[in-house]
Design a protein around this ligand. Structure first.
Ligand SMILES: Cc1cc2nc3c(=O)[nH]c(=O)nc-3n(C[C@H](O)[C@H](O)[C@H](O)COP(=O)(O)OP(=O)(O)OC[C@H]3O[C@@H](n4cnc5c(N)ncnc54)[C@H](O)[C@@H]3O)c2cc1C
Ligand code: FES
Ligand code: FES
Length: 490
């Protein structure tokens, strides 16, 4: 296996090589401070406002062209763009000397008065260019729903959103330049592929970076460097690092390892690799687990989902992580590997306490296996947060029930998040409900016993009493929705 001691990326038209500790810099800071690309703005530095949005292509689509997605450059360490193509706001329009040729999205932003102070505008332009790429690639029109969704991750404090949405809606997709065509360069794409097959190892007095190209190599590094920090999309880690609450002097990212970047399935499971992003997962589950797809629609923003991974969400182990309740009621299996072998842990048993996991320092989570749902199952996932989009949950709820032909519950799985140190399965309530007819009363009675099993905390997001009330109400909501679905109205 080839080895490199530098990372290589292409920013707009320029190929850039970076060696040493600089590779740990956030991409946004590098663009502004080292490359003079100051169109990219840094405001919150925690993935929330979108001012730092750039487009990133880590690979190609089925036609061999670069596939661009919007990401937040403030929380993305440079070492995560080895072998990738970046487009900044400077690369969306064209500049020749003093002559500026604005892109279609930029023109529409002006025509619709979409900018006042203009500080958020470069981020919006990149998010809009990402939306255009996506619609043109899929051959689908821009709808208002899509426009709003693509702009969820961008905040504007002075213009108001309607002119920006109007600008997005008025973009003529036929006229808008296809960035994947403009930036297509067969030589660079060939180089991207060979970079991905090359392991990177960089060590200085202060820092070590590992980008192994094979799983074997990754497991060896983890057995030798027990304190090395695994980094997936950096959407959790990047925020804590930027806040100065964590340092990652030794980091290892797995995205060069091809086998960990895909979703596959066997007869009973969907198998999701460690570097599969939440966007890839969302697209895949649309047909397999529509409830999960619905919930992912209100998970963070496109920028975060294009970068963050499912396994990052699971290992980060937040009690309010949005994917965990679903995975818990699905009896998902965490596949963990070290140099000596592989073991599988049911997700419910993976969490030992607040951010305490059943994983040893030499181990890596390589995949997660999600059982395929059967025909007789009914599932619902709920999340309550202070606002609908781009907000962290106060309470999450998942229920999965198998019914027989007479609507008797033969299996019941219920999980709650935001009410304890980890997401919890309510196994006593599950047992009490199993064998009963599916009725509203059965769930109301179950909700009445909830005080025995959970003692939610009060914090900034919600009070203990509110969390308890919402949890109980979710039992009723679930029962009513399912009765409407299966009929009977018991
Ligand atoms: C603005 C914003 C909005 C967000 N909104 C939501 C939301 O709505 N819902 C929600 O649930 N979360 C949300 N998040 C949190 C975050 O995006 C998710 O938790 C995401 O899934 C984390 O994935 P990642 O790949 O970025 O993880 P990283 O930050 O790279 O890593 C997270 C943890 O996992 C560990 N890790 C990563 N890969 C492995 C591996 N293979 N083996 C062992 N350990 C590993 C890392 O060491 C780290 O401890 C939000 C974050 C931001 C910044
Ligand atoms: S600066 Fe706010 S998301 Fe990056
Ligand atoms: S135009 Fe001022 S923040 Fe959006």
């Amino acid at each position: 296996m080839k080895n490199s001691s530098q990372i290589t990326t292409r920013i707009n038209d320029q190929i850039i090589e970076i060696a040493g500790d600089k590779a740990f810099m956030p991409l946004g800071n590098f663009l502004r401070n080292s490359e003079g690309l100051t169109g990219t703005k840094i405001v919150c530095a925690e993935g929330d406002c979108g001012a730092c949005t750039v487009l990133l292509a880590t690979g190609t689509d089925s036609s061999g062209k670069l596939e661009f997605k919007s990401v937040n450059s403030c929380i993305l360490p440079l070492y995560l763009v080895d072998g990738a193509q970046v487009i900044t706001v400077e690369g969306i329009g064209k500049m020749e000397g003093m002559k500026v040729d604005l892109s279609e999205v930029q023109k529409k932003m002006i025509d619709n008065n979409g900018a006042q102070c203009g500080y958020c505008t470069p981020g919006f332009i990149c998010a809009m260019a990402g939306a255009v790429e996506s619609c043109k690639s899929a051959g689908t029109p821009m709808t208002e729903k899509k426009a709003k969704n693509y702009l969820t991750g961008n905040l504007c404090r002075c213009t108001g959103y309607q002119p920006i949405i109007d600008a997005m809606m008025s973009v003529d997709l036929g006229k808008a330049e296809f960035l994947k065509e403009r930036y297509h360069n067969a030589e660079w794409i060939g180089k991207m592929k060979s970079i991905k097959k090359t392991s990177v190892e960089m060590k200085s007095l202060e820092r070590s970076l590992f980008l192994p190209a094979t799983l074997k190599e990754a497991l060896k590094i983890k057995s030798q460097e027990l304190d090395v920090r695994l980094v997936a999309g950096s959407t959790d880690l990047g925020v804590v690092v930027n806040k100065g609450k964590l340092e990652t002097p030794k980091a290892m990212a797995l995205y060069h390892i091809e086998e960990l970047g895909s979703i596959s399935h066997d007869a009973g499971h969907i198998i999701v690799g460690a570097t599969v992003t939440l966007t890839q997962f969302e697209e895949y589950v649309e047909n397999h687990y529509p409830e999960m797809s619905r919930l992912l629609h209100i998970f963070a923003s496109p920028q975060i989902k294009n970068q963050g991974t499912l396994i990052g969400n699971v290992v980060n182990a937040s009690p309010i992580a949005d994917t965990i309740p679903f995975l818990m009621v699905s009896d998902a299996i965490v596949v963990i590997q070290n140099e000596s072998g592989t073991r599988e842990v049911v997700l419910k048993d993976f969490y030992l306490g607040y951010k305490k996991l059943d994983i040893a320092p030499d181990e890596i989570v390589t995949t997660i296996k999600i059982p395929i749902l059967s025909q007789q199952e009914v599932t619902r996932l709920y999340k309550v947060s202070m606002r609908k989009d781009l907000d962290i949950s106060a309470v999450t709820f998942a229920a999965r029930v198998i019914l027989d032909d007479s609507n008797k519950m033969t299996s019941v799985k219920i999980a709650l998040g935001g009410v304890a140190a980890t997401v919890v399965r309510l196994t006593d309530i599950e047992k009490a409900l199993t064998g009963h007819d599916f009725t509203l009363k059965a769930f109301e009675d179950a909700a009445a016993t909830l005080d025995q099993y959970i003692k939610p905390l009060s914090d900034l997001r919600a009070s203990s009493a509110y969390r308890m009330l919402v949890s109980k109400n979710y039992f009723t909501k679930f029962a009513k929705e399912i009765i409407d679905q299966i009929g009977g109205g018991k």
